[in-house]
Design a protein around this ligand. Structure first.
Ligand code: CMC
Length: 389
């Protein structure tokens, strides 16, 4: 980590920017917990909605609370025809993350009566966002293919309903269960870039739709959530196991990042990567092997020798794309699916931020020009070229 004499830490590495009771990472031991519960237990035993409830309200729900929460989310799944019409105006070639960011922000137009000190308003906003994000994403996907959006099915649980709206087929129960576990794994991850974005936006006391929209925009980049899409493109570029060593040599000598590897917090393999690897194997056993998985395993083995000594191991994005691909999810929906799940974490941080708010307003170290005299146009000479056009 580079620390300037002034204490400046690029990327705020190691700088505490909030207090939070939502999740915790032990990066040396590869442990992740939500509200004290290990991610392995939650992925194996809790549903995504149960996990979302835990993250947002701090405790696992009892059966009645869970039933009510599931029912309320189910009741808010439909979206206004105006949102569908808006999605129809987006270019079919546009990235679904951009469509998601715009549609999440647009909810603020429909639900404008902000009341941040009202628990009912907070609960309503949480339910609307968790309920409508999958519907809006699936609708954009159908519309860009020239088809009508598929209405949500009230008899299907959260994860199954999303896969149904995407494919118009009721998913196999194992596939639905694995997809739900993926949502649990992606639901929260301490103060990463998009969550920080969410908290900064929340700290201005704007509405929760703007909070989620700003976080979606931050998640989209290839160094953050966008990496899951790039991993699959990278595996395809490598093509076969025997190309792995050459690929890695070239990447290391060109100082190019290997996508799906490395993490600011983990210095060992990300526990979510290990769980996702297991889920991928379950899917392959049931629905047939993917030879890109062999390439991925080989890459992990070779990279562990070469990058492992620097603490660079697979992160959550390394195996998630292989799982999503086997579930029939198109590559450019991988990051939006990440966002769909992470909305739970962003909303938990929104609620927590409101509970002890102070607007974020860090300082900077000014590195620009000292004070200068303003010159009239005709006296300026051309030694300070600025690109035109
Ligand atoms: N491949 C090769 N070298 C790497 C990688 C990688 N994936 N990640 C880090 N390094 C090296 C980097 O070159 C640098 O080396 P040196 O000290 O010799 O200059 C050192 O490790 C530190 O890297 P950094 O970029 O300063 O580390 P960071 O903490 O700022 O970045 C990261 C963390 C996740 C952005 C980075 O590891 C990365 O770009 N990984 C690839 C993209 C990726 O998989 N992103 C998904 C992150 S996990 C899900 C999420 O949070 O969204």
């Amino acid at each position: 980590m580079s620390v300037a004499p002034t204490g400046f830490r690029p990327g705020l590495e190691g700088v505490p920017a909030t207090q939070s009771a939502i999740s915790n990472i032990d990066g040396q031991r590869g442990i992740l917990s939500y509200r004290g519960y290990r991610i392995e237990d939650l992925a194996a035993r809790s549903s995504f909605l149960e996990t979302a409830y835990l993250l947002i309200w701090g405790e696992l729900p009892d059966p009645e609370k869970l039933r009510d929460f599931q029912y309320d989310v189910q009741m808010h799944r439909r979206v206004s025809f105006r949102i569908r019409d808006m999605l129809k105006c987006f270019p079919a070639s546009g990235h679904p993350m951009d469509a998601l960011q715009a549609s999440a922000a647009s909810l603020g137009l429909f639900y404008a009566n902000r009341a941040l000190d009202d628990e009912d308003y907070i609960r309503g906003a949480v339910m609307r966002l968790l309920a409508k994000i999958p519907t809006m994403l699936a609708a954009f996907h159908m519309i860009r293919r020239g088809q009508d959006p598929i209405q949500p099915r009230d008899d299907l649980p959260y994860a199954s309903n999303f896969l149904y709206m995407l494919t118009e087929r009721e998913p196999d129960p194992l596939a639905a269960r694995i997809f739900d576990a993926c949502l649990v794994l992606h639901a929260e991850h301490t103060l990463n870039a998009s969550t920080f974005s969410a908290r900064v936006t929340a700290s201005t006391l704007t509405d929760p739709y703007a909070v989620v929209a700003s976080a979606v925009g931050t998640l989209a980049g290839p160094l953050h959530g966008g990496a899951n899409e790039d991993v699959l493109l990278m595996l395809e570029e490598i093509g076969s196991e025997d190309r792995v060593e050459d690929f890695l040599d070239e990447a290391i000598s060109a100082r190019r990042k290997v996508m799906g590897f490395g993490h600011r917090e983990y210095k060992v393999k990300d526990p979510r990567a290990s769980i996702l690897q297991g889920l991928a194997e379950n899917l392959f056993d049931r629905f047939g092997h993917d030879k890109m998985y062999d390439v991925a395993c080989r890459l992990e083995a070779v990279a562990s020798e070469r990058l492992g000594p620097k603490g660079i191991y697979p992160n959550v994005d390394f195996y998630s794309g292989l799982v999503y691909r086997k579930l029939g999810i198109p590559t450019d929906l991988f990051t939006p699916v990440f966002a769909l799940a992470r909305a739970a974490g962003w909303l938990a941080h929104w609620k927590e931020q409101l509970g002890a708010n102070r607007i974020y307003r860090p300082t900077q170290l000014y590195t620009g020009a000292s004070e200068r005299d303003w010159l009239p146009l005709e006296q300026r000479c051309g030694d300070n070229e600025v690109p035109t056009g």
